[in-house]
Design a protein around this ligand. Structure first.
Ligand SMILES: [Zn+2]
Length: 453
């Protein structure tokens, strides 16, 4: 959670309380602000009941789609499903009827999204899992269209209330003001794995056109040794608590595994391997406590990671006016296993997402550069040679003898490409023409990535 130093005042400007009170003309930016909710016990129970109804609708709709396909080879459209379940809302006002129309609509869209993702991945030649029926612990949120069964109400300093239809007014810690001229479009009410409640408000903010920043330019390399290396020599590495958290997590995982075996000896073969197809698993009170500790730790690691990337991107966008960075795709990162930041780590996606919107907000120019040869090129004389990089950490040019931290050297090349500057002392023909061609390709890519987001 970001702390921006402004005092907590629950000022809810008038336009926020009316759905669609102010409509942004032209392009608008979507941002999500997350607030902690503090329901009473009765409210939590009631919302649990609503979640149960939502889950029944989701699973019911999934069953209908599956059955229609398996028995008749038909596919039911999103709108037919929605009409069916919204008709049931009228017939059963005490169960399904407690959810607003738009919430049911949202559930159908979620299901449709799961199906689309499945087919997209099948098409791409992957082997995805079919959309699943959701269990009690895997269905944790309901979406509300703002103004349709959901409303934010101003109360005293630092607090507000979220009014949810058939649940009541839930206290909300209003730790930061909403941005000016924003309109709440959509609210996601969710309970995390630790049992904490949150409201994620999706806001539409009119596109600001900030003054282009006059600060210096920088190149950033997603490094082999460091997490990030900047062209001015700064390096950013995983903080100490990252490794500590991972270590603690491994210890808890081992403890949990030990307890699982001790609690369920009948489920294991003599050689210690688990028997397949076993359904009955016992959990002792101590094992449940270990599970709780593990959930808490994982949540903490997640929050620390967000805080870290917020701090880094905040610093970058307030220090520099132009940021050149490699246009890394996930495929590239998976192939390139030696990168310090793994593609499977949630870190990179977070960094990218935060950097993009913070640059847009502060008038910082973000230039994406093709990643080819940046780690093999000498930043002094421009010679490209794979032999230049004998070790991961050091770069030594075989042509001019220039020696430097390898990641910083790559960052300098990225900055040069970003500024479209000619290679200093360029003798290599392919490198010079390569940078021009790739500059065009990179412009095309930048448009494509913007469009897909
Ligand atoms: Zn050199």
């Amino acid at each position: 959670m970001i702390v921006d130093g402004t005092p907590c005042r629950a000022r809810v400007p008038r336009q926020h309380t009316i759905f669609g009170g102010v409509f942004c003309s032209g392009a608008a930016m979507i941002r999500t602000y997350k607030y902690r909710l503090y329901p009473t016990r009765a409210q939590a129970r009631t919302f649990d009941f609503l979640l149960w109804q939502g889950r029944k609708i989701y699973n019911g709709a999934l069953a209908m789609r599956k059955e229609a396909y398996e028995e008749r080879g038909e596919s039911i459209s999103l709108y037919d499903l929605r009409d069916h379940w919204c008709a049931l809302r009228k017939e059963e006002p005490d169960t399904f009827g407690l959810l607003p129309y738009d919430t049911v609509d949202d559930l159908m869209r979620r299901l449709d999204k799961a199906y689309k993702a499945f087919f997209r991945r099948v098409k791409a030649g992957e082997t995805p899992g079919f959309p699943r029926f959701k269990g009690r612990y895997h269905f944790r949120s309901l979406g509300y269209k703002y103004g349709s069964g959901c409303k934010l109400i101003e109360t005293s300093d630092g607090w507000a209330k979220l009014r949810i239809a058939n649940c009541g007014d839930i206290r909300l810690r209003f730790h930061r003001d909403l941005p000016p001229l924003s309109v709440i479009k959509y609210v996601l009410v969710l309970r995390n794995r630790r049992g904490q409640w949150y409201a994620a408000l999706q806001l539409e903010i009119p596109d600001a056109e900030p003054e282009p920043s006059q600060k210096p330019a920088v190149g950033i390399d997603v490094g082999m040794v460091y997490l990030l290396a900047l062209s001015d020599g700064t390096t950013i590495d995983n903080p100490r608590w990252y490794r500590e958290g991972q270590q603690k997590r491994r210890v808890l995982m081992r403890k949990l595994d030990r307890q699982r075996r001790a609690n369920n000896p009948q489920n294991y073969n003599a050689d210690g391997t688990p028997k397949p197809g076993v359904f009955i698993w016992h959990k002792s009170t101590r094992m449940q406590e270990t599970e709780r500790q593990l959930r808490k730790l994982e949540d903490r690691i997640r929050q620390q990671r967000w805080y870290f990337w917020h701090t880094v991107t905040d610093w970058l966008t307030s220090t520099y006016g132009l940021i050149a960075i490699e246009d890394l795709t996930l495929d590239f990162m998976i192939e390139n296993k030696r990168l310090a930041m793994s593609a499977h780590d949630a870190g990179f996606a977070t960094f990218w997402q935060l950097l993009e919107y913070k640059c847009a907000e502060r008038g910082v120019q973000l230039v994406k550069v093709p990643p080819a040869y940046t780690s093999q090129t000498c930043s002094e004389c421009g010679v490209v040679d794979a032999e230049n990089r004998k070790t991961q950490a050091r770069f030594r040019c075989l042509s001019c003898g220039h020696e430097e931290n390898a990641d910083v050297n790559a960052a300098k090349n990225i900055l040069r490409l970003g500024l479209k500057a000619p290679v200093p002392g360029a003798r290599d023909e392919t490198q010079a023409s390569g940078s021009n061609v790739s500059r065009e390709a990179q412009n095309g890519d930048a448009v494509a990535t913007d469009g897909s987001r």
